[in-house]
Design a protein around this ligand. Sequence first.
Ligand code: PLP
Length: 293
Amino acid sequence: MGEQIVWFNGEVIPMSEAHVGVEDRGFQFADGVYEVVRFYNGRPFTLREHMQRLQRSADGLKLRLPMSVADIGDEIVKFIPRTGIREGSVYLQATRGISPRNHKFPENSSSTLLFYAKHLPPVNEPGQGEGVKLLAVEDDRWRRCWIKCIGLIGHVLAKNEALSKGFDEAAFVEGEIVSECATSNIFAVLGGKLITHPVGSRVLPGITRLVVLECAASLKVPVEERPLREEEVRRADELFISSTTREIAWVARWNERYIGQGKCGPITTKLHRAVRERVRRETTGPIPSADAA
Ligand code: PLP
């Protein structure tokens, strides 16, 4: 395979030829937003939802995107076949662009917009694989977690703390409340009910989270969107995390404590099968419209 390509401010060029300026506000202030879209069989999954979230994130930073999110979606659809990758993800980033360093928003800056793709191995079959080990860490992030901002240092530090202690993922806890994880949303099953923290200041509106909730509704699994207490997590019948790259991954451990029966629980498996079915339906027919209007 040839060199990796990148869509960079409207042109498709080799990665080695794409350069971001020293005074790009993304580099200096983390003044930018991003998205990660999974594609299966060369077709993006839930592209419209990702583009809608991109618009909300940009609005949250008062950042003007250089083109409409519908057009960005169309560019992504055209770009994927050029990468030669069939199973993977697109990473997209938009920043407020280059201007002399100043906290004040520049009057006229042209934003930097780029995206590129990478291959991803298939995720585990529902119910299979080793369970995820979660480490609880203090949630000291900013309170605008609904914005998918490139300023991820709180997430990066938490994730690395978890990895360095032999865990797979960090779960944010503030007081008694479990909000989300460093790179995923979290769900608990207690007495047959699915519980997850509402999105907003402390929780990213995960696109996979949305798909899981839609699947739960169609499977008639009762859902409570409310703050989840750590004490509930510790005694949960089932615990799982969701994200674009993982779909659903069952949790085997919370700190030193084993969750459920040490294997993937039945509701988690059922929900993952439903997510899979939705992926299959939406990535085998015609390429979905990227129109986010
Ligand atoms: N929460 C955080 C902090 C994340 O970084 C992510 C994904 O990277 C998620 C949740 C899951 O979101 P999505 O399902 O849209 O990938």
